[in-house]
Structures are given as structure tokens and as C-alpha cells.
Ligand binder design. Structure first.
Ligand code: GLU
Length: 447
């Protein structure tokens, strides 16, 4: 019989602010609660202080190893040229090659990409896959570009960063605004311009299955959310059967998390995306919603639910709230409205620190993205292994191995929370830093 967890905030020691402040000072980093990178590095180094990560490793992790920024012209369909800005940030490669997605979004910025690269280092380490962390992006609105324009933008970006990536060095993947087709163009371009590189097509993961992608990669991040929930829900006396959830964002991650939640016997009561909110107290048919989104581009106008306001979406009473859209969407105002037991972060960094404090005061359990959204990169690792060994795994093998990495990662985080009496996000950073610290101890610092 599983025990029902008490709200844990009362027994949690507030993370101490100490040693790492001198690291931030030495690097000249100001304290700016509105800057996502500074916020994130502060939280990571707070965890580093608690678990005793040596100061020199804190210094190293506080900055990415490389920040690459490129500008490149692309011929548009109307005959004009446009100049695009692209980024690749390589945060750390002590554990293995840089790894992380490539996002196409109008708000892509250097700080954003730096934060996401840092989080990839942490994410790969929590679930113990042998990769470091990186992230890239192009500042553009993919919805406003034609397929041919997207292809030319992608190919030209690859040619700009090709000397700085590679199948054993830095391996991009899909993220917001990119998908399997983008990865196909990416891999093809890289292979065309890198004739001497063995396994050139392994330079990206998330490829279509026909091009060496892994079965199960498309649903992997959503599946990982469900695997993490399977460990955490019983602590709250919950099981999927009969549980309720809301999903913010119904793209690849939210769509799959919603469908798999329903498949396990739960109900999705409310969904919101860039087109609006919808609600159905009897449960939304997520497969039908998926088909509607594929056809129309968003959840608005879905006939199997009522339209709802943002206020109603956030305040709907559910067991699990799954943010699966962009960063920093759970603001304090929205956190105050939320009425759930668990937040399962399917997106990267969806919760603001101030929003998180409010959720913790309410006793809400947050499964942080570096664990909860690690399913995608885990199956990316399986894809890379299959490419490197010229082999093909079955869907069963992918699902079982993914479940093993996610379950072990979730237990690691739970154990650290109990051991250090810290919030679960801090416990997750500690789980990641333990691994990175051990690797650095063995490798030492060159020369
Ligand atoms: N973009 C995904 C993430 O943020 C996947 C990265 C990858 O597969 O390398 O985790």
C-alpha cells in the first residue's frame, strides 16, 4: 500500500545562498530575477553548494564552453533575400558530445539558447545518457515560411555551423518549431558537405525512421512524461486510471503526453495552445483533438469540447497539470489560479521562480523538466547508438530502455530530495551534478 505524501514544503530546507555567490561575482554576473539564464545558473549553483561541488567546477558550469552566432542570407519565394540569425551554444561536453535541440521561433535569443543548453547538460546527466548539453536555434517564424523557404534556411544554417558540429562532437535534434523533416534536410546537407566524415547522417537525431531515425522517437518526450508520472503519482495516492489532467500546448510533447495519459485510463479535462483554450469535464478525446490540430494548426474550434478562457483553463481542478509549450508560462498570477497536485514539466523551464514558490506553498509537487522532459533526448541517444552500430531496435526495446532511464532518473531525484531535504528541482540538479562532478574528478582539468 502506498502512502499519501504530505505537502513537503514545510519540511524543506530553503536552499542556502552562499559559496556560489562568489562564483557569480568572479564572472561578473549580475543578479537579475528577470533574466532566465542568470536565474537558472543561480539555481544550479545553489544545488552545487548544497552537494559540495568544487568551486572550480561551479566556475566551469556557470558559462557555456562555446557560443556560436551566425548570420546568413536566404533567397525567399518572392525573389527577395532575407538575413537570418542562428545560434548554437555548446554548454558542456565533459560527459559526452554536446547534445540538444534546434528551435525555430521568433523569440529565439542568445540568453534563451544559453539557458536551454545548460539545461540539456543537466537533463542528459539526470537520466545518465553519455552526452553533454547544447542548444541551437534560428530567429524566425516557421509558420510564416513556405516549405521550400524552411528547407533553404535549414540548409544554409547547416553550412554556416558545419565546422563546429559533428556526429561525435555536437548532435542537434528537433525542438520547438522543428521536426523530422527539418532533421532530414539537416542530415542531408551535412552529409553532402562533409564527404570524409564517417556516420555523417548521425550528426542529428530525430530523423525520419526511413533515414535512420528511431522508432518511438516522435512520442518519446510525451512517453517520458508518463514514465516520470508513473513514479511520482503513487506518492500522492494517484494512479492513471481515473486521474485528471490539463495540458498546456498540444504540439508533439503535449499531444503525446495527453494521448498516452488517456490511454492509461486518465482524462484530459482542459487544453490550451496559441489558438485558445478548450474544456470538457467528461474528458477530451485526445486522438480526435490530435487530428483536429493536424488539420487546423491549433485546438480552437474543436467540436468535442467547449471554448474556455485562460482563467478557466488554469483554474480547472485536475490532478496533473502538464505544461508542454514554451518557457516561463507559469507566472505567479497563473500559479495562483492553478488547482492541481502535480505539475509535470513537459516543456523546458515552463515555471517562473516566483510561480514555483506559489505552487510550493500550495503543496504542489513539480516534476522538473530536466527529468520530466528527458524522454526525447534519451531516445535520441538510442537513435545515435543505432546509427553508430548500423542496427535497428524494436519499439519494445526502445520503450523498455526509455522506461528504465526515466524510472531510474525519477528515483535518483526522489532519493536526493529525501537525503538533502530540498525542493525537487534542486534535488534534480544535485542528481545531475553528482554525475558531472564524478566525471570531472576522473578526467581532471587539462593540462
Ligand atoms: N529538444 C529536446 C529537448 O529539449 C530533445 C533534444 C535531443 O533529442 O537532443 O530535450
Amino acid at each position: 500500500m502506498t502512502s499519501v505524501a504530505q505537502p513537503h514544503s514545510a519540511s524543506i530546507t530553503a536552499p542556502t545562498r552562499g559559496h556560489h555567490q562568489t562564483v557569480l561575482d568572479e564572472l561578473g554576473m549580475p543578479r537579475d530575477p528577470n533574466n532566465l539564464y542568470l536565474q537558472t545558473i543561480d539555481a544550479v549553483l545553489t544545488a552545487a553548494d548544497i552537494m559540495g561541488l568544487p568551486r572550480h567546477l561551479q566556475l566551469i558550469l556557470a558559462q557555456p564552453k562555446n557560443e556560436i552566432m551566425v548570420h546568413f542570407p536566404v533567397l525567399m519565394d518572392d525573389g527577395n533575400y532575407r538575413l537570418f540569425k542562428g545560434y548554437r551554444v555548446q554548454h558542456n561536453n565533459a560527459v559526452g558530445p554536446y547534445k540538444g535541440g534546434l528551435r525555430y521561433h521568433p523569440h529565439v535569443s542568445l540568453d534563451d539558447v544559453k539557458t536551454l543548453a545548460l539545461l540539456m547538460t543537466m537533463k542528459c546527466s539526470v537520466v545518465r545518457i553519455p552526452f553533454g548539453g547544447g542548444k541551437g536555434g534560428i530567429k524566425c517564424d516557421p509558420r510564416a515560411l513556405s516549405n521550400n523557404e524552411l528547407m533553404r534556411v535549414t540548409r544554409r544554417f547547416v553550412s554556416a555551423i558545419a565546422p563546429q558540429i559533428g556526429p561525435d562532437y555536437d548532435i542537434p535534434a528537433p525542438d520547438v518549431g522543428t521536426g523530422a523533416q527539418t532533421m532530414a534536410w539537416f542530415a542531408d546537407t551535412y552529409a553532402q558537405i562533409s564527404p570524409g566524415v564517417p556516420d555523417a547522417m548521425a550528426v542529428v537525431t530525430g530523423k525520419p525512421v526511413e533515414l535512420g531515425g528511431s522508432v518511438g522517437r516522435d512520442k518519446a518526450t510525451g512517453q517520458g512524461v508518463i514514465d516520470a508520472l508513473a513514479v511520482i503519482m503513487p506518492e500522492f495516492g494517484l494512479q492513471f486510471k481515473g486521474a485528471t489532467a490539463s495540458v498546456l500546448g498540444f504540439g508533439n510533447v503535449g499531444g503525446w503526453a495527453g494521448k498516452l495519459f488517456e490511454e492509461r485510463g486518465g482524462k484530459i479535462l482542459a487544453v490550451m495552445d496559441h489558438t485558445g483554450g478548450i474544456i470538457n469535464k467528461n474528458g477530451i478525446d485526445t486522438k480526435a483533438l490530435d487530428a483536429h490540430v493536424a488539420k487546423t494548426g491549433g485546438v480552437a474550434g474543436f467540436s468535442g469540447a467547449e471554448k474556455c478562457s485562460e482563467h478557466d483553463f488554469y483554474s480547472t481542478k485536475v490532478d496533473v497539470f502538464i505544461p508542454a509549450a514554451l518557457e516561463q508560462m507559469i507566472t505567479p498570477e497563473r500559479a495562483r489560479l492553478m488547482n492541481c497536485k502535480i505539475v509535470a514539466e513537459g516543456a523546458n523551464a515552463p515555471t517562473t521562480p516566483a510561480g514555483e514558490n506559489i505552487l510550493m506553498e500550495k503543496g504542489v509537487e513539480i516534476i522538473p523538466a530536466i527529468l520530466c522532459s528527458a524522454g526525447g533526448v534519451t531516445v535520441s541517444y538510442f537513435e545515435w547508438v543505432q546509427n553508430k552500430t548500423q542496427s535497428r531496435w524494436s519499439l519494445d526495446k526502445v520503450d523498455n530502455e526509455l522506461n528504465r532511464h526515466m524510472t531510474e532518473g525519477a528515483h535518483r531525484v526522489k532519493d536526493n530530495r529525501a537525503k538533502y531535504k530540498v525542493p525537487v528541482r534542486t534535488a534534480a540538479y544535485i542528481a545531475a551534478l553528482e554525475n558531472i562532478g564524478a566525471v570531472y574528478k576522473l578526467r581532471g582539468i587539462f593540462p
